[in-house]
Structures are given as C-alpha cells and as structure tokens.
Design a protein around this ligand. Structure first.
Ligand SMILES: C[S@@+](CC[C@H](N)C(=O)[O-])C[C@H]1O[C@@H](n2cnc3c(N)ncnc32)[C@H](O)[C@@H]1O
Length: 227
C-alpha cells in the first residue's frame, strides 16, 4: 500500500527544498524568501519559473531536468501531492527545484516585482461557475496579479483539457490587454508538429491529470501570453 498523507507531510518536513509556511501567517501577509528565492533556495542567480497548481509537480521536475540553467518552484495547497515531485527532486539531486505550499490567491505575498520570469498553469481547475474569473487561476484577473511579480514580457503558459478554460482565455485575455502569442486546441495533433523541437519536448511532458484525460480520449489545449 502507498504512503498516507500524514507520512508524506512528515517527509516533506525533512526536505530542504520544501517550504510550507503557516497558512494563518500567510493570510496575514506573511511570506518566505520574498525577493530572495534564487539566492536562498537555490544559491544562484538563475531565472525562476513557477508551476501554479502543480499537483505532483511533473512539469516542475521535468523542466528542471531539461533546464539546469533555470530554477523551478512548484506551488500547490496540497503538500501530499507535491511530496512526489519533492521526493524525486531530492533523490535525483536536482538543486534547481523547490516546492511551496500555499493558496495561489496569496502567491503575490511570496515574490518581489520582477522575481519570476515564467509561469506554467497545468490542468488548472476550470471553475465553470466563476464568471468573473476571481477563482480561475488562468483568468485575466489572475494574470494581472502575476504581472506584479513577473519580469516585463514574462511568459504565462496554460496547458489544459478544458474547453471552458481555453474559450475563457481566448475571450478575456485580449480584452484585458494580454495578447495571445500561441494557441492550439490539440497539442499532440497540431502544436507539437509546428513548434521548435526543444519546445515540443517541453509540451510532451505529461502531468498526472493529463495522463488521465488522454486515456479518456480528450484533446489537450495550450495557450501562451506575456504579461
Ligand atoms: C486538477 S489538479 C492539476 C494538478 C497538476 N497540475 C496536474 O496536471 O496533474 C489542480 C491542482 O491545483 C491545486 N489547487 C487548486 N486550487 C488551488 C489554489 N487556490 N491554491 C493552490 N493550489 C490549488 C490542487 O490542489 C490540485 O493539485
């Protein structure tokens, strides 16, 4: 039988690449490493990519393997999910990977202006009742928040099985001034065949949820903008 949540939470506490600040403190404006992630968490000055709602952290870990010249932080509220990625990074000795446990609603507490260069939003919850986009982390409302701590022209990538996420972004992003640089409603039938080989390799990384949706025959969508 696999490990339970309590064992995973306990293991996370032993890892130096996992940050799990007290939630009440974060709600009150608390942070860790703000403006100092590269130096404190990674001991370098490399650019940082976030995966928000990282689940088991597949993109975070796979991107870190492909790009040792960058740093990667997986963010999720569920520590027992990113336990998987944190453990793999620890076992493989990947020094450019960290995980942060927080709600994405408070992610701006953790980073200073210009600290983040890229964001991946992988198989985010679609929040179909959220017309205003205040819960859907791929919405223009959230892009405006991310812009506060991203470098100018920083990239935001969305990979999703959800036609709703895809349609909302196509409507809301340009209206809010976020031009769509690239989009496809069929990553494996279309996009991977017309992008440079190094980016096709990145698109081929498959998350836990992506595997599930592919097995059900769903198409995978992709969008990118810069903030
Ligand atoms: C559908 S899962 C996708 C996980 C992973 N990206 C994947 O593709 O396998 C959504 C993830 O987002 C996390 N999540 C959802 N809303 C969140 C929020 N407001 N703050 C932090 N994490 C959140 C959930 O805990 C979950 O792990």
């Amino acid at each position: 039988m696999g490990k339970g949540k309590h064992e995973k939470w306990a293991f996370n506490k032993t890892l130096s690449n996992v940050y799990e600040p007290d939630i009440k403190g974060v709600v009150g404006g608390g942070s860790v490493n703000k403006g100092m992630w590269a130096e404190r968490a990674f001991g370098n000055d490399q650019p940082i990519t976030l995966e928000l709602g990282c689940g088991k952290g597949e993109y975070t870990v796979a991107l870190a393997r492909l790009h040792p010249e960058r740093n990667f932080i997986g963010v999720d509220i569920k520590g027992h999910r990113f336990w998987r990625g944190a453990k793999t990074a620890h076992e493989e000795g990947l020094k450019n990977v960290a995980f942060l446990r927080t709600r994405i609603e408070f992610v701006q507490n953790f980073f200073s202006a210009g600290e983040i260069s890229e964001i991946w939003l992988t198989f985010s919850d679609p929040q179909p009742k959220d017309q205003k986009g205040t819960k859907r982390i791929t919405s223009a409302v959230f892009l405006k928040r991310y812009r506060d701590f991203m470098q100018p022209h920083g990239l935001v990538h969305v990979k999703s099985d959800s036609p709703w996420i895809y349609a909302c972004a196509q409507e809301d992003w340009p209206e809010a001034g976020f031009a769509i640089e690239e989009s496809s409603d069929d990553v494996y039938g279309d996009l991977v065949h017309r992008v440079p080989a190094d980016f096709a390799e990145v698109l081929h990384i498959k998350t836990f949820y992506e595997q599930m949706w592919l097995e059900q025959g769903r198409k995978i969508h992709y969008l990118r903008t810069h903030v």
